[in-house]
Ligand binder design. Structure first.
Ligand SMILES: [Mg+2]
Length: 263
C-alpha cells in the first residue's frame, strides 16, 4: 500500500486555519456553566473571614485581598480548585494572624474544604435540556479545570456525562491548552464554539485562536476569572443570560460561520 502525497495533503495546515467551513464542535465549561460552584467558594470565604475575625479587626485586615494574593500566587504550585484554596487559606491565616491561628481553626479550614468537596452537584436550571438539544445537532465536549478528583466526581454526579463525546479535565484554560485540544480533536478554531461563564478561561483564549464563544455570566465570579480583556465587539462572541439563551446563540453562530460572516 502506498499513500500518495495527494491523499495526505488536504489536511495539512487545516487545524490552525482560523476559519472553518462551519461549526463542527460545541464545548462547555463545567463550574458555573453546567453546575453551581462559585457560591460554595464564596461561602467558604465568608466563613474564613469569620474565623480570622476572632484574631484581628476585619475592618483593617484586608482579609479578602490578602487571601486572594495567596490564592493567585499559589495557582502555579497547587493549580485550581478546593485543595489550593484550603492551603492558601491556611497560609493566609498564619500570616494575617501573625502566626497566632489556633490548631482548631486550621482544622476548621480543612473541614470546610472537605465539605466543599462533597457538596452535591446542583445543575443550573435548564442546562441539561440546552446541552441535550445542542448535542443532537453537534458534537459536544466538556472542558473543565480544577482538582482532578473533584471534577471527575462532579462529572459523574451531574448525570450529564453521556451527552459529551469527550470530557477533558485540564490544569489551565489558556490559548496553548485550547490549541492542543483542537489539534487532538482535529477541529479548526473557526469550527469550534466554547460556552462558559469565564471571560478569562472560556472566551478570551478561544477568540484569540479564531474560535467562537458564548459567554453566560454567573451571578458571582472569582476575581481571577473576571480578570480578562475581551473585545466586547467581537463578532465571534455572543452573550446570554441563562441556559435558555444557549440554543438560539449557538444557532446564530452556526449561521454566521456558515456564511463566513465573521472576520
Ligand atoms: Mg466556569
Amino acid at each position: 500500500m502506498h499513500a500518495t502525497p495527494a491523499a495526505v495533503a488536504p489536511a495539512a495546515g487545516r487545524h490552525n486555519a482560523p476559519m472553518g467551513n462551519g461549526i463542527r464542535m460545541v464545548a462547555f465549561d463545567g463550574d458555573d456553566t453546567l453546575w453551581r460552584s462559585q457560591d460554595y467558594f464564596d461561602d467558604a470565604q465568608a466563613r474564613f473571614e469569620q474565623i480570622i475575625g476572632g484574631y484581628v479587626d476585619l475592618a483593617d485586615a484586608r482579609v479578602a485581598e490578602r487571601l486572594y494574593a495567596f490564592e493567585k500566587a499559589n495557582l502555579a504550585w497547587f493549580g485550581y480548585g478546593v485543595k489550593g484554596m484550603a492551603l492558601s487559606m491556611i497560609e493566609a491565616a498564619v500570616e494575617i494572624t501573625g502566626q497566632r491561628i489556633g490548631a482548631a481553626d486550621v482544622q476548621r479550614i480543612v473541614g470546610m474544604a472537605k465539605e466543599l468537596l462533597r457538596h452535591p452537584v446542583e445543575l443550573l436550571p435548564g442546562i441539561r435540556e440546552a446541552v441535550a438539544d445542542i448535542a443532537s445537532r453537534h458534537d459536544v465536549v466538556l472542558i473543565t479545570k480544577g482538582d482532578l478528583f473533584h471534577q471527575e466526581a462532579k462529572v459523574r454526579d451531574s448525570g450529564m456525562a453521556d451527552l459529551f463525546r469527550r470530557i477533558e479535565i485540564v490544569s489551565e484554560k489558556d490559548p496553548g491548552t485550547y490549541a492542543r485540544l483542537l489539534e487532538e480533536f482535529g477541529i479548526a478554531a473557526g469550527e469550534f464554539v466554547m460556552v462558559g461563564n469565564s471571560l478569562r478561561s472560556d472566551i478570551a483564549p478561544v477568540l484569540s485562536l479564531g474560535g467562537w464563544g458564548v459567554h453566560m455570566p454567573y451571578h458571582t465570579t472569582w476575581s481571577h476569572e473576571a480578570d480578562a480583556s475581551v473585545d466586547a465587539g467581537s463578532t465571534r462572541m455572543r452573550s446570554v443570560e441563562s441556559p435558555a439563551g444557549l440554543v438560539p446563540a449557538v444557532a446564530e453562530i452556526v449561521a454566521a460561520a456558515a456564511s463566513g460572516a465573521a472576520p
